[in-house]
Design a binder for this molecule. Sequence first.
Ligand code: DGL
Length: 275
Amino acid sequence: MSSLNEAPIGVFDSGLGGLTVAREIMRNLPREKIVYFGDTARVPYGSKSRQTVERYSRQIVRFLKTQEIKAIVIACNTATAFAIDAVREEADLPVIGVIEPGARVACAETGNGRIGVIATRATVGSGAYTEALRSLRPDVRVIEKACPLLVPLVEEGLLHDPVTDEIIMRYLDEVLENGVDTLILGCTHYPLLRSAIRKLVGDSIRLVNPAYETARSLAELLEEKQLECTVPRSADDPSPYRFFVSDQAERFAEFANMILPIDVSMARLVRIEDY
Ligand code: DGL
């Protein structure tokens, strides 16, 4: 094993939502270090075109590579849907996105072969989930639904609120009418609505959290490439987790402190257009 094993994982998202993926990596791979980049100046990606998201993602990869990372996690469904090939090409490192891991579990868990996917407009428009699911199990029926209002509701902290419940139900009605037994939470923010969604859909529907599945797939990938960190984190390592953003560093740190199991004292600003 080389010192590359102790290098951090580069994790990126359009903004705050990818912290749900970072959180699962922290919980499930506690030895791994993380360099997180949130593109808070250019969020949301969910309403942008493929070309734009590809360009942004390439810039982020170029920045992350200055941080001597050993692998990249695209902790954003939209960036995975539009830009995973561009990221692979640019990175020249092991790369994993959030779509394949979620699709794999949904295919394994569905009983009736009907899978719902809720996501941003861009992710739904790309058809990436349907493609991933069908390539694993050609017999599944996939019902995708764009839920553009859910990201702002989460960012406003309205996780348990009648307004949020009402909007979730409006979106989910159509998905549920199709008799799905499995629902993929295909946007980084939606795992934060998991308990609201669970309350509304009842216990009979399996909810797939791609953030958790991605952390599991990352562990497999690191093992396969013999890149896993083998030494326990030393107590005097001042910064196993580093955070960078393109704008609004304070707001980012506040949100991070709400959802991460660690204290985030600050995030550093990066002029991402320069990369
Ligand atoms: N991170 C995005 C995703 O998972 C949601 C926020 C955005 O639209 O940028 O698709």
